[in-house]
Design a protein around this ligand. Sequence first.
Ligand code: PHE
Length: 477
Amino acid sequence: MTDIDSTADGLRAAAPSGSASDAAPVRHAQWSSRLAFILAATGSAVGLGNIWKFPYITGEYGGGAFVLVYLACIAVIGIPIMMAEVALGRRGGQSPINTMRRILREDGRSRHWALIGWLGVAAAFLILTFYSVIGGWAVAYVVRAGGGAFSGASSDGIAALFSGLLASPGELLFWHGVFMALTVAVVARGVSGGLERATSILMPALFVILLVLVGYALASGHFSQGLRFLFSPDFSKIGVGGVLAALGHAFFTLSLGMGVMIAYGSYLPRGVSITRTAVSVSVMDTTVALLAGLAIFPLVYANGLEPSAGPGLVFKTLPLAFGQMPLGGLFGAAFFVLLVFAAWTSSISLLEPLVEWLEEHRGVRRGIAAAAAGIVAWVIGIASALSFNLWADVRPLGMFAAFADKGIFDLLDYLTANLMLPLVGLATAVFAGWVLSPRILEGELSEGRGHVFRLWRFLIRWVSPVAVAAVFWHNLG
Ligand code: PHE
């Protein structure tokens, strides 16, 4: 046994040997229970990806067939990688960067693999800069819906509402700031007082609102059309692009490849089954995405609108539906509150890995680390916000044909979600399946049931890397 003992006591007691450069010899805060971890990790997973993105990409790829492929990706690729990340986090007990360093030292592997930790923390932080801009739209829409802005508005009126928001730099920066402040306020309070408390209130509230909205959609009279759209597969519509989009989205929606699950895993007490929690989180995340589809598509059909409206589905198509339905103002506001809650519990998980690392690193105080990181993220996010108006024509990588039409926001979204995330995900699968000695994670994952570990090891060695490499090359092309 080396410094990382497989018991909690061992971990607490032992200082890392020969590790003068690494801070934090002791494991830091812990989730108070298995449920607390599940709520926090589900909070991270359930976000704009579920409620904004999943319905519109499902719409674009024709419904049921896309949903089936997406479910398969979650089961055989997403879950094994999530298990690997959480297991690495619990094994190392520190921020993604120090967790990787510590495990590499223990297993005598090349230090270069710590890049997984660095890239993960960087990707999460970069995503936060623009995720917060969209989170800000959602906050702005709560106010609009609550103020009755949708009621009776024409489709032009609703479209103007959205383009008006995007055209105003001041408004965008304000709402981006409000959303970032919400994020910092939670992270600054720490794991139990902040993350755990916020997710234990916001996630149940999110489920209740979602169920109420599904009930409202049921009452719209077009529920079966929505059901049919989501669940009757038409494979002629999906194609290679759809399969790859499903796989890419499985990663994004489960918050993989960004150090987030490593960071959350580092607070996971021993004795909690990682397999069962990873399955629970994935099932809940998928359930929320499907329920969001069941809340949205019946309303779209009830009002004769298009399910394939693209990214504007939630901000343009849906408000139109609310504007025409009884009690639409109230339910519209509820929908955007749901969107804010989902985005908020995700954005805290995007800020956490960096804050955890800053805290370990020369002991920066958490409140200061969270505020400083939040301010820097807000400032960098200004570029994304302005790319919808004043800087709409700026093409930072315009000299490359592949990026010629991408503004700042699109570019950041593309570089992080489509390049960094699959790259880190692939590296994680290769590292956990091929590089690391099996014994390192076996104690975390087998729980006395060898077949679970063997199945996981097969998937992480053979299925995940091949599939992720395919997505990666496709996105590069
Ligand atoms: N999973 C979140 C969503 O679906 C986004 C996210 C990605 C959050 C990565 C944290 C880390 O919106």
